[in-house]
Design a protein around this ligand. Sequence first.
Ligand SMILES: Cc1ncc(COP(=O)(O)O)c(C=O)c1O
Length: 426
Amino acid sequence: MNHLALFGGIPTRQKPYPAWPVFDDNEERALLEVLHSGRWWSGTQAYHDRPGVEHASRAAEFEAQFAAYHGARFGLACATGTAALELALKAAGIGPGDEVIVPPYTFLATASAPLLIGAVPVFCDIDPRTLNLDPARIEEAITPRTRAIIPVHFAGLAADLDRILEIAQRHGLFVLEDAAHAHGASSRGRRLGTIGGAGIFSFQASKNMTAGEGGLVLTNDPELAELCNSYLWAGRKLGRPWYEHYRLGWNYRITEFQAALLIEQLRRLPEQTATRMRNGLRLNAQLADVPGIRTLNVPEWVTEHSFHLYILRLNEEEFGLGRAEFLAALGREGIPCSGGYSSPLYRNPMFVENAFNANGLPLTPPGHTIDYTRDPERCPVAEQACKDTVWIEHRVLLGEPEDVDDIVLAIRKIHACRKEFRQAAV
Ligand SMILES: Cc1ncc(COP(=O)(O)O)c(C=O)c1O
């Protein structure tokens, strides 16, 4: 029998998986067009007297295309996904002292964006079957100060929006979908990011569409769209003079280079999403009978899953190996993988030490402190997820079905050879 690659055997997979980002002459041509046009900035002011430069920017073109693809009325492109969260929250009227319910199993931005506009993130546990916000736990996190909920469609798997929106409606809360992982994904045929009051996306380097960095807010609400536009343009008002500032805003514009790349990346999205979904579901089916391996549920409302990550959960006892050993073995078998987040967000020093005031971050109102040190008890599912998940990047799903079959072969091989670890330790 072949040994584990970790102990000198032949690796299951010898070819590399597809690289990310995917690009070709189209991206190159688009970037060069922007370069030679001299129009690098998405604003309009500097071009008023420049002959031969078209008025409409590529940023505006991209916003319109991305919104249309997702079925939203408005798209507002901005610097990052974090910026998009800040813009949408601020435009929804969330501000100092307001509480925003967020999951703890997500990237920091879902919780830091509320803090950056003076609001307070309140962590609520996730569902072990999907790793998304657990609707059954939301109401216990609601207080008289709660103003919004941010469900994250983690890894591109739609959160339970039916139940979350019903709770939000009953309590008068704004729902901001964090769709940073969910480009082109849908729930009951509706694209994610368009179902709540607003949705945000990220185009950071690891995401399913990228320009290195970038973000975008989708909404169907004209007032919210206008406010987002104003906040990302230094508080200007459309149709008013350039140097009139009406609100305290940011400069969160994207450049024409980013927009040109994103227009090309959007063209690739439908096919890439279909490939990732085909391969992700194939993996789910093939791993179903491996002892100690749990794949995530794909609930009935999921019509498109963007598989930003392929995630499985390892039951160390049932599988017969610890996660650290499993990850090391899988990596050496030629399957790129990681354990994902090492802890839920509230265990970060900034929360444990409640360091917002000391760091100069916005103050919560007097008498309004939140003790994040109790969250480990309140969020046992997120705690466990940080110990037992295995993440595989979406690029690995961009190959042929046989390419992902190698993942199954590697995992079965590790299971069959798990005793080699004990022998190696002797
Ligand atoms: C779930 C989630 N939300 C928000 C963000 C923030 O996006 P960005 O990195 O573009 O600021 C990320 C990015 O990693 C993310 O994973």
